[in-house]
Design a protein around this ligand. Sequence first.
Ligand code: M6R
Length: 615
Amino acid sequence: MCGIVGYIGYREAYPIVIKGLKRLEYRGYDSAGVMLFDGENLKVSKTKGKVSDLEERASKEITTNGSIGIGHTRWATHGVPNDVNSHPHISNSGDLAIVHNGIIENYAPLKAELIKRGYIFHSDTDTEVLINLIEEVQKKDNLKLGKAVQVALNQVVGAYAIAVFDKKTPNEIVAARLGSPLAIGVGEGEFFIASDASPFIEYTSNAIYLEDGEMANIRLHKQMKVRKIKDDSLVNPTIQELQMNLEQIEKGGYDHFMLKEIYEQPSVIKDTYRGRLHANEGLIQMAGVEDNLEKFLNAERIIIVACGTSWHAGLVAEYIFEEFARIPVEVEYASEFRYRNPIINSKDIVIAISQSGETADTMAAIKLAKESGAFVFGVCNVVGSSISRETHAGAYTHAGPEIGVASTKAFTTQITVLTMIALRLAKAKGTLSNSLFHTYLQELVIIPEKVKEALETNDRAKEIAAVFKDAPNCLYLGRGYNFPVALEGALKLKEISYIHAEGYPAAEMKHGPIALIDEHMPVVVIAPKQGHYDKIVSNIQEIKSRSGKIIAVVTKGDTQVRELADYVIEIPETSDALSPLITTIPLQLLSYHIAVMRGCNVDQPRNLAKSVTVE
Ligand code: M6R
């Protein structure tokens, strides 16, 4: 939540900061701001709205072409989205400026103390408290910026990624992180600071990812110093070569990132299993699993912790692990798990699933699991993310940057990784017959082709979207492996089109939701041939006899459901266990088209942000 950008070097800072903010807008987009230094004064422009609104405003307000700047795109936590609460925030003296991603939890007592000392606050934000705290510390002991930031950060409780500028030392930006990501791009005579590397990939491929609890003094023409905030010890940071390229973070001719990412699924699923799945040899090799095979084999239980779409992937994995590897699985909302007193044993394996690798609730669940002695395995997409570092071992999904706020390719690649793990364990445990094991491997290899075929339902999904775009509610039903897909389909529709939608196990419908069904209620039923087909046909009949409008996702050639349903979308045949990788595709497309037809901002739905780094 919130994206921060900074530049210090020889180029004009403003265009770099603005472009960087646009790339980070997926992290929050309710307000935005920039601070440039003109050699004498801080020039600040900020506004409620998107980066494009900021650009319009800044074109009138920012006159300098200075080569130092910081910027921010916000997802509000403290204080409503408005101009005043937007970042950057400036200290009372007017000397210091800050951009901040995170939350200062103890801001209230700090603010009260600063008010006693004469500080005046203009915004409702915790960030304005932090910059004035830094100023107070600096003044009191006559400290340089870096030291003042360090002392102040040792007084705060919470999470942060910050960039701080002091006009008294104009060749320097101080950056620090705890619980929120921060990358520093290292160029020739220039540095970039950003929440992820996307703002600077065309300028440098060298990046340092600060670790939690580290800060960096970034000075022009001097060596960057990285130290631990707590004890001041110097750290030798690793410079990593970036894997990201521009093409991955651009729309590439698609109208929206979400659509591009839906269409990327055949190729990213291949990337996910490439080098790991050797169908002809009958092998699955994943380093994180091989290195810890004994632990997996001795596990008495697997607990999956995740949020949102990743939680839905966890539910699919529950079915797969239990079916293939016969290991009991529990799937937990990370946010609930962390706040009860869960029973975790040292023989439990906790699998944390997260696209961003930064989700605060999932992070907290991991910490709790580690404290209880469990082995924690991460399934993340973002390389080097906090969760991937915090877990004992893990497997990346290799989906590439997912920029649309609604997760699509993250879901299918997470299921791919989890399926491979389950198959590997099944082989080692002998819980799946050899022939079935080989059949699944062969089938996984051709899944990308089937996903490609499923993408051909786009026009059909668009036609159906036109019929239902004005529906106020929608039900999604599925059974077995496709119950989590029903939940995921409903989440997609809710989050991007703002239509109220619920996912249910199809058989649960008769225990309550059936009361909602009348001739106005669209009901999306996932009814592939494999699985509990006859049962779901009965459920469809129940809907039909109450005049519900049935949109069925069926296997190509299906005749039985076709007779009952109002609309059908045909997908290629797969085994029951792998079907979520296919059935989810038309549901993604359906939500996408409905949202577009309703004029919604598909990539940046209201109130949401891509990575949820607050509780
Ligand atoms: O980055 P994560 O996978 O940990 O994110 C979890 C959820 O915040 C995320 O899946 C969210 O529900 C998406 N908006 C769903 O499309």
